[in-house]
Structure formats: structure tokens, C-alpha cells
Write a protein that binds this ligand. Sequence first.
Ligand SMILES: Nc1ncnc2c1ncn2[C@@H]1O[C@H](COP(=O)(O)OP(=O)(O)OP(=O)(O)O)[C@@H](O)[C@H]1O
Ligand SMILES: [Mg+2]
Length: 310
Amino acid sequence: MTDVFTPAPEPAGLVPGLPGQAQELLQANDALRQINARLSQAQEKLIQSERLASIGQLAAGVAHEINNPIGFIFSNFGTLEKYLGDLFRMLQAYEEAEAALAGTPAAAKLQGLREAIELDFLKEDIPTLMRESKDGITRVRAIVQNLKDFSRVDNSQEWVMADLHQGLNSTLGIVNNEIKYRADVVKEYGSLPEVECLPSELNQVFMNLLVNAAHAIQKERGRITLRTGTQADKVWVEIEDDGTGIAKENLGRIFDPFFTTKPVGKGTGLGLSLSYGIVQKHAGQIEVTSEPGAGTRFRVTLPVRHAQGT
Ligand SMILES: Nc1ncnc2c1ncn2[C@@H]1O[C@H](COP(=O)(O)OP(=O)(O)OP(=O)(O)O)[C@@H](O)[C@H]1O
Ligand SMILES: [Mg+2]
């Protein structure tokens, strides 16, 4: 495991032989260095969250633009299917009338053409092509909808009442690519009231937790379980995986900025620290339970109303 976490420098001890004032200066200098290190970590974190926000906006913009053409392709498709049905019926009638032409040059021409274009094959294949294309368009439409829901750009940065299940589902749609080859997703949703929150930010939290869960699954195929429920006037969301688990000695550091066990270039180690910040902003809690070799469970608890927790 690679651990690129860089702890703040240890405070300098007293250096024997230096006059009192110099000692004080050394200590002050050291304190400054520590503050400086923390500041630049905070700055990195801000840059990262800005970057995520602008990617979200870009995605929502693109999704919005794609939405219209997909809309008319979808509706034209329905019409096209109906027209094709009519054409096939017409063709059937022509074929039936063909018997009357038997022995004429017109019949021979029709026969030749039918074989050249493989009419029987076309009649079978066209409905299949239409069905598959419709599936494809339906999927693109769902992806676009997920992108729009995920970034909620229209009202981002505003506290609104939102359905967390919708947020979880659209986020799942976004990260499905990371998950589908590694794990089955099991949803054990309870019934949740709408929660006053910053939906696009909470979606970032769900995304980080889901991607981490998928990355933790190293075996052939694993399972990621999403649970939700309420407890007193709070709601909770759990994301559990049956992956590698987290080593005891790392458990206390996973929320630190830049703590990652992933290879250089793979993880920035900011996912959980950003998520922690977002949950704190919501006056909530994020807890982790993990058993090395068995799996990990993250639980995010949030107050239903923003004002309650503050
Ligand atoms: N579900 C999990 N199972 C096992 N280990 C985890 C899990 N979630 C987090 N971790 C550990 O916590 C570390 C920090 O997670 P974090 O999301 O902050 O950063 P990252 O995933 O390494 O990188 P990034 O999210 O920035 O791409 C991970 O490198 C991993 O070691
Ligand atoms: Mg991560």
C-alpha cells in the first residue's frame, strides 16, 4: 500500500545553547510553517471542490443541450415505428396481389428484386433494429436525466427540500460504469422524508462513497448495499461494500485530506475529506465501520431540517 499522506512537520524542540529570544523565534517560525502547511491543504481542497462544481455545471449544460434533440428523436421514433407498421401491411398486400401477375415480366422483376434485397431477412431484422435503437435512446435519455438530476445546477448552492433516494439513484446512474463490472447493487431503502439540503453537494458525497466502495472490491464480483432510514428527527444513508476493508491503522486517517492508499495518479485522497466537509456543512455526521477482509460501511446521518442542526 502506498501512503502519500504528509503529516504536518513536528514542532521543533528547544535547541540547547540558543538565547531565549532565539528559541521563541524558532518556535514562532515553526508554528507559522505548520499554519502555512494547513493553509495550502485547505487551498487545494477548495480548488478541488471548485473544480468538481464547474465539472457539474458543464455536465448539466451539456445534458440540457442533449435533452432537446433526444426528445425529438424519441418522439420521431414512435411515429417511425407506426409508419413502418403501415408500410409492412402495404407490402403484405402487394405480395398477396403478386399471385395475379404470375408469368408476367413484372412478376419476374419483383422476384429478382425480392431476392436481391433479401426481403424476408429485412422483415425480420427491421423490427429488431428498431427495438434495439429504442432501448439505446431510452438509455441515453436516462443518462441525460441522471446528469441533470445529479448536478441540479438550476438550484445548486440553495437549501431545498429534496428526495435523497432520487439523489442516490441519479448518482448511481452516473457511476454505474465504475460499479457494474465489479459489483451488484442492492437497495434496501426505507421511507424517507424530504431533507433540507444542498442536493448537488450531497450527490458528491454519495458519488465518493460509491466509487470508493467499487474500488474496494478486488474479488471477482462483490456487492454494494445502499440502505436508508430514519432515526428520531434524522435520516441516515448507508453505503456498504464487501470489499477489502480498511486496515485498523488507517481508519483514523481516511478523512484526512490527501490520505490515500491508491497508487500515485489513481486517487487524490480528497474524496472523503471533501465529503466530510459537505456533511459537516449539513450539520450531519459521517461514520465508518470496517473489518479488514470483510468490508466497509459508511453511514451519513443528516438532520431533516437544516436549522435543527445549527
Ligand atoms: N469503502 C472503502 N473500502 C476500503 N477502503 C476505503 C473505502 N473508502 C475509503 N477507503 C480508504 O480511504 C482512502 C481515502 O479515501 P478517499 O476517497 O478520501 O480518497 P481516494 O479514494 O484514495 O482518492 P479520491 O477519492 O480522491 O480519488 C482510500 O484510499 C482507501 O484506502
Ligand atoms: Mg475516493
